[in-house]
Structures are given as structure tokens and as C-alpha cells.
Write a protein that binds this ligand. Structure first.
Ligand SMILES: *Cc1c(COP(=O)(O)O)cnc(C)c1O
Length: 477
């Protein structure tokens, strides 16, 4: 807690104080045109040390995986090894201009080609496009591919996409963006897709289904092959939301259980820092039915030479140049550091950690589906009368933990979605479970502690909708 109020950098401004040493001007001086000079901006005049302290202090207010446990379900906030950053910072990668031409960027193309190959192998697919900049962007690409394929088959009347009610909100949003209609299918009591409900909606208006497996309840969809077969038989295609491959990589290849096209988030499973809205990559991978529709160009190899090629029925470009190339270098480094064996251990430990924590948490918290989970599980935050999940989440901040994902998936009331990831130690998991047990006790004995949390942050409860919709981004003195 900061007991001494922190002066804002604007308030430390002193006329004429400077923190930079500019070189002597070597061109004739020209007054700044009045249209560009905005004296009302009142930029702070400060020395270098004050600026350093200002930004360092701000950075310390940021919660990060490098400082604390961050069990944000569905987001896979694993540790991102620093070797990835070192590799992405090699000057050759950093300074390559995207317009330099294939002949001068063979190394970059080789990395992209190898990454395409290894990601195809991990998922059991035939080809990969590295273009999309996020998971949702990959979904949009995949839905465009499904649409293009259905049109090529003379099935342009197939405009509906089926989506289980446990799905991530980006799934229906991507359908709508692609001009398709999202149709919700309910979950069965065991948390999987309700097969009868699925059967009832399968007709010739269905372009395909979007499935997340493990689903957002952290449960493995045991009927995956049956579902894929039912959809295929009805003329539809199967989209896999592979944002989180943490439970599957090295164990199950989604391409081998009926998925036609899938995105994977390199910024979740393959360890690029994320959460601040920074650059990501949501690659799309496809099997034989859809590979010719992939966004292009993609990289091909012939006799040791790499070049860009456009898949024959490509939906076109989804991103300028080569996508977020730095993320590709990080993912490739991560995969090569682990190797096939290491990737499998990553997935096994992600599932083991989640189940270890689940069993501890179950002692004091209700679980909607108390069964073996994959990389995450969903608890319910209403541990005592009048206590809500939001209160629990805020109280966790006081205890030094990032709150889990809350109120998602939508089908679990007061959801608290916990994903520990494989990179956390037993000690951290024990400490987190002990804290949750303490909070459950507080909820009964001192509910006001929860209702008023967080107590240690510069600002307590805020209007979260207004903070997101109408943020105040500049100093208003
Ligand atoms: C994170 C996530 C997405 C969306 O990925 P973004 O990169 O945030 O667009 C989609 N589906 C699931 C299941 C996710 O967890």
C-alpha cells in the first residue's frame, strides 16, 4: 500500500527543467507551424530521474505473471521463458523489413515454414497459415473458409453455425462478423454437447459447428468423434477452437478426431506474453477438406529455397505482411526448447496441476462439474449468503493473487474459472488453495471484508463498465 500520496509527473513539472540532451541542430531552425503547436497540452518539464521513477512506479502497479500467480481461466497465463524474448530480439529478426524480398529474407521464411510444419504436426493438420493476429481473428478466418468451401460445393444456403452454450464469446461474434448466423446448442448435464439437441438442428442450412475441446468448463468433450461424424454426415464442417492447446499438445491431435479447421493461440499455449492487448497470433490449421482455403500467402519450400505461395482457393489475406512476426519467433523458440517430449510433459503437468488444485479447492468450494478436469475447472463463488463471485475476486487481489476469470462460462452461475497452468509450483498451488479456504471462512465470519475489497489498491471498487467504455486516458489536472 502506498501511504504517501504519489505526485503525478505533471505536478512535478518545473518550467525549464529538461531530461534530454538533444544534439546540436545541424539544419536551419524553422518555427513550428501554429497548426501543430498546441500550447494547451502543457507537457511536463521534468528531469530524467523523475521520468524514470514515474514509469517504473506505473509498471509496478501492473499485475503480471512475472510477479504473481495469475490463474485466469481460459487465458493460459503461463510463465513466458525469457529465452523467447532473447531470440525475438536478434537484430536479424528485429530489423528485417517486410518489403525486403524473399531472396533477402530466407532465414525468416525458413522459420515460418518450420513453424507451419511443427504446428501442423502438433494439431494433426495438413497446412497452416500464420497470418491471423489473435484467436478471434483466426476464428473469423476459419468461418470464412467454411463459408467459401460450402459455396464451392454449391451449398450457399448453408449460413448457420452451431455453437455450444459453453463457448467463448468470440465464437458467436466471429460468426456474426462473417455474416453467418450463430445457433446456440445447449449442454447436456455432464457439461458436454447435448447430442439430441444437436441432432434436432442439423439440416441443410447448417454450414458447420464450432467446438472447443476441452470446453470452457475444462471438460473433455468425450463425444467429439460422434459429433464430428454427425455434422459431416449432415453436410457441415467442424471448426475447432484451439485457443488453449495446453491440455492436448503432444497427447491428442484434433485433426485426427474429425476437426476440419482450427485456430491455436500462440500467445496462450506457445508462450507469448499477453493480457495487455499486445500483439498475438491465432494461426489457422486445416486438414484436407479446407487447406486450400487458408488465408495466404503461406510459406512453401522447394530444394532448400523458401517462397510465399497462395493456397489455390485462399480466402485471401487476413493481415498485412507476415503477421506478428516476433510472436512467431517466440513460439518457435518455445517449441524447440521443449521438443516433442517436453510439449507432452507441458500438457500432462497442466492437467495434473489443474486437478491437484481442483481437489484442494473442492474441500471448501462448490464445483458445477465435480469430475476430472483438463487444464482448468470452474468453481462457484457464492460460498456464503450474500457473497458474490465478484467479492471473492476482489478479495483475492488483497491476498496477492490475480483473480480467476469470473462470470464465464455463462452457463455456470457465479462462475470462478481457474487455470493454474503447468508452470506453477506445488507451493504456489497450496498457497492459493489455502487463501481460497481463508476467504471462504471470511465470507461467513467477516463478509464486510469481501464486500469492500480490494483494500490494498490505489482505487477500490470502480464502475467497471464505465472504466472500460469511457476511460480517462489523459491527465485532467
Ligand atoms: C482466448 C480465447 C479465444 C480468443 O482469443 P483472442 O486471442 O483473445 O482473440 C477464443 N476462444 C477461447 C476458448 C479462448 O480461450
Amino acid at each position: 500500500m502506498n501511504l504517501i500520496p504519489e505526485p503525478l509527473v505533471y505536478e512535478l513539472s518545473s518550467p525549464g527543467r529538461v531530461g534530454v540532451a538533444m544534439p546540436d541542430c545541424d539544419v536551419p531552425g524553422t518555427p513550428i507551424p501554429a497548426v501543430f503547436a498546441r500550447p494547451e497540452l502543457k507537457l511536463p518539464e521534468i528531469d530524467e530521474l523523475t521520468a524514470v521513477r514515474h514509469f517504473t512506479r506505473l509498471s509496478q502497479k501492473n499485475f503480471s505473471i512475472d510477479t504473481q500467480f495469475y490463474p485466469l481461466g481460459s487465458c493460459t497465463m503461463k510463465y513466458n521463458p525469457k529465452v523467447n524474448e532473447a531470440a525475438a530480439s536478434f537484430p536479424g529478426w528485429l530489423h528485417t523489413h517486410p518489403l525486403v524480398g524473399d531472396g533477402y529474407s530466407q532465414g525468416a521464411l525458413e522459420l515460418m515454414w518450420k513453424l507451419q510444419r511443427v504446428l501442423a504436426e502438433i494439431g494433426g493438420f495438413q497446412a497452416v497459415s500464420l497470418q491471423p493476429a489473435a484467436g478471434a481473428h483466426g476464428e473469423l478466418s476459419g468461418v470464412f473458409m467454411i463459408r467459401a468451401c460450402q459455396i464451392a460445393r454449391g451449398q450457399s444456403g448453408r449460413t448457420r453455425i452451431l455453437i455450444p452454450d459453453s463457448a467463448h464469446g468470440t465464437n458467436p461474434a466471429s460468426c456474426a462478423m462473417a455474416g453467418m448466423e450463430a445457433v446456440t446448442i445447449p449442454s447436456a448435464p455432464d457439461g458436454g454437447v447435448d447430442l439430441d439437441a444437436l441432432k434436432a438442428v442439423l439440416d441443410d442450412s447448417v454450414a458447420g459447428i464450432m467446438l472447443t475441446n476441452p470446453n470452457t468448463l475444462g471438460l473433455f468433450e468425450r463425444n467429439i468423434e460422434k459429433i464430428a461424424a454427425m455434422v459431416h454426415e449432415a453436410g457441415g464442417l467442424v471448426y475447432g477452437d484451439g485457443a488453449n492447446l495446453n491440455a492436448l499438445a503432444g497427447i491428442l491431435k484434433p485433426g485426427s478426431v474429425g476437426i476440419d479447421v482450427m485456430h491455436y493461440n500462440l500467445h496462450k499455449t506457445f508462450s507469448t506474453p499477453h493480457g495487455g492487448g499486445g500483439p498475438g497470433v491465432g494461426i489457422v490449421a486445416a486438414g484436407s477438406t479446407l487447406k486450400d482455403y487458408l488465408p495466404g500467402p503461406i510459406v512453401a519450400e522447394k530444394d532448400g529455397t523458401y517462397s510465399f505461395v497462395r493456397p489455390s482457393a485462399s480466402i485471401g489475406r487476413m493481415k498485412l505482411f507476415n503477421g506478428n512476426f516476433g510472436v512467431l519467433v517466440r513460439a518457435y523458440t518455445y517449441i524447440r526448447m521443449l521438443g516433442a517430449e517436453g510439449l507432452r510433459r507441458m500438457a500432462e503437468n497442466a492437467v495434473l496441476n489443474a486437478n491437484y488444485l481442483r481437489v484442494l479447492v473442492e474441500k471448501t468450494w462448490k464445483l458445477k462439474y465435480p469430475r476430472i478436469c483438463m487444464h482448468e475447472f470452474v468453481a462457484m463463488g457464492d460460498v456464503a449468503p450474500g457473497v458474490r463471485t465478484l467479492d471473492v475476486a476482489k478479495r483475492l487481489i488483497d491476498c496477492g493473487f490475480h483473480p480467476p476469470t469470473i462470470y464465464f462460462p455463462l452457463i455456470v452461475p457465479e462462475a470462478l474459472m481457474i487455470e493454474p497452468t503447468e508452470t506453477e509450483s506445488k507451493e504456489t498451488l497450496d498457497a492459493f488453495a489455502a487463501t481460497l479456504a481463508t476467504i471462504a471462512r471470511e465470507a461467513v465470519e467477516h463478509p464486510e471484508l469481501l464486500a469492500q475489497a480490494p483494500h490494498v489498491t490505489p482505487i477500490g471498487r470502480l464502475d467497471e463498465v464505465a472504466a472500460a467504455r469511457c476511460p480517462v486516458l489523459c491527465y485532467r489536472g
